[in-house]
Design a protein around this ligand. Structure first.
Ligand SMILES: Nc1ncnc2c1ncn2[C@@H]1O[C@H](COP(=O)(O)O)[C@@H](OP(=O)(O)O)[C@H]1O
Ligand SMILES: [Mg+2]
Length: 266
């Protein structure tokens, strides 16, 4: 990847997808054609429009890199496991938040290399804010035409983030054993962004997510200095036989000892 040329081009694709999502968002709900997908999550016209823009955009710049998208065709594991590099895309993460019109939804594009997210972009259509992170280079936030570096920040009295629509009792129990100052419930991959910009320090997810839900946020959080592991402390990898993630913890490094002690019990 040529950083100077490719990062702005990928950011542009995410923005275009976000604009198309907003066009749908600003129409009447009865035009959204909400369908239930096989996993019971809602699919709207906005998901499919965003998917098309990202698929076409990435293909025109990187014709040789395959794409795995929430709204794309299934790629069988036998074929997937041979893909050393691929785009992992969630064209509209937080569909429930989109439908409830609270603005907490995002466009997510990540590059996976060797089972690890090495680059991620998250665009927030309602605010126009864009986050990106590149392995070993850092994470950045673009807002109002200005780009600045962001960093995960330590706190011994951490702020926790959790899902707004998919909370579990296990998450509450886990957090109760940390000295938590506040719990912020927010939809979509925005939880990773809050950790990456130092506004929160821990995100424990007990319930299932898909690889495209976490890939871009994972890249941004880790490049900002945070850590991401499975709940038992082992490596969180991509391109698994099943694309459903297990429980995980994303956290600022200063919490490592506390989290490691808890991990043995989850
Ligand atoms: N039972 C389940 N199995 C797999 N993924 C699930 C799930 N329930 C929720 N999710 C995932 O959680 C994501 C939303 O996360 P959050 O609750 O943090 O906003 C959803 O993304 P989509 O909204 O893109 O479908 C969906 O992929
Ligand atoms: Mg999603």
């Amino acid at each position: 990847m040529d950083k100077k040329r490719d990062i702005p081009a990928i950011a542009d694709i995410a923005r275009k997808a976000g604009e198309a999502i907003l066009d749908v968002y600003h129409t009447d709900t009865d035009q959204w054609e909400i369908q239930q997908k096989h996993d019971n999550s809602p699919l709207t016209l906005a998901d499919t429009v965003s998917h098309r823009i990202i698929a076409d955009g990435l293909k025109s710049i990187f014709p040789a890199i395959p794409m795995l998208s929430e709204e794309g065709k299934d790629i069988p594991y036998e074929k997937r496991k041979k893909m050393d590099r691929y785009w992992c895309v969630d064209p509209l993460d937080g569909t429930k938040e989109f439908i409830s019109r609270n603005g907490e939804f995002t466009v997510n594009i990540a590059l996976i290399a060797g089972n690890e997210p090495v680059f991620g972009v998250i665009y927030v259509p309602v605010t126009g804010v864009l986050y990106y992170g590149l392995k070993d280079e850092g994470s950045f936030k673009t807002e109002g035409g200005e780009t600045r570096r962001i960093q995960a920040s330590p706190s011994h009295n951490p702020v926790a983030v959790g899902s707004k629509s998919h909370k579990t009792a296990e998450e509450e129990a886990f957090l109760s054993s940390l000295d938590i100052r506040d719990v912020v419930s927010i939809g979509s991959s925005l939880k990773f962004c809050l950790i990456a910009e130092g506004k929160a320090q821990v995100y424990y997810r007990h319930g299932p997510t898909m690889e495209w839900d976490t890939a871009a946020g994972h890249a941004i959080a880790v490049a900002s200095g945070a850590r991401m592991t499975q709940a038992d402390g082992s490596a969180f990898v991509y391109n698994k036989p099943s694309l459903v993630n297990g429980s995980f913890i994303c956290y600022s490094v200063n919490l490592h000892h506390k989290i490691a002690a808890l991990s043995s019990g989850v």
